[in-house]
Design a protein around this ligand. Sequence first.
Ligand SMILES: Cc1cc2nc3c(=O)[nH]c(=O)nc-3n(C[C@H](O)[C@H](O)[C@H](O)COP(=O)(O)O)c2cc1C
Length: 197
Amino acid sequence: MTELPPFYDDLAGCLAEAWRRLEEGAAHQSGFHTPALATLGRGGAPRLRTVVLRGVDRAARALRIHCDARSAKAAEIAAEPRAALHAYDAGAKIQVRIEGTARLHGGDEVARAAWAASRPMSRLCYGTAPAPGTPLPEGGAFVLPEDEAALEAGFSAFRVVILTAARLEFLYLARQGHRRALFTWDEEGQGAAWLAP
Ligand SMILES: Cc1cc2nc3c(=O)[nH]c(=O)nc-3n(C[C@H](O)[C@H](O)[C@H](O)COP(=O)(O)O)c2cc1C
């Protein structure tokens, strides 16, 4: 049997492992690098898409994602800030589910710092014409910024999403018995509990 990890029967250890994996995912390619972000669409229907996890602030329980102001997800967050994020690393056999409140940042210090740290390749995504989600007559009927000025103009459409966790669920799959833990944060403080997997 495979050796059990140190966090196996340790609630605080499970939470630390969840944040460690998220931090690692923001820095490198891993199952946690490209989580799925869920928002609520008009009429309350769930909307789900893959995103790149750009940054994690464990102390603030905050996750950073980038998107275009003209995208559906940005409009959905602006209308309804409740959002969720899901990540699974098959190698680590760990799933993390986060629910919380998302906030959009555009043209402020948060957006400027994230833009400054972005590679030109990544900045390309925010200067597309027409806007993301626009119906096209052909698959290739859109343009990407071609020069430095057009690339920089993309900043006006650049948005940072900061998702602050109010609830984090950790699931570790093990032949000896799965471990599922729930962590919550509210006005009354922090909660931590094991759940039946
Ligand atoms: C690996 C991968 C990473 C992606 N990363 C992002 C991202 O960081 N931000 C983003 O807005 N869209 C990203 N996308 C595209 C979204 O999944 C989605 O197709 C697009 O943003 C439109 O979503 P929306 O209409 O819900 O706004 C990514 C897609 C893939 C496959």
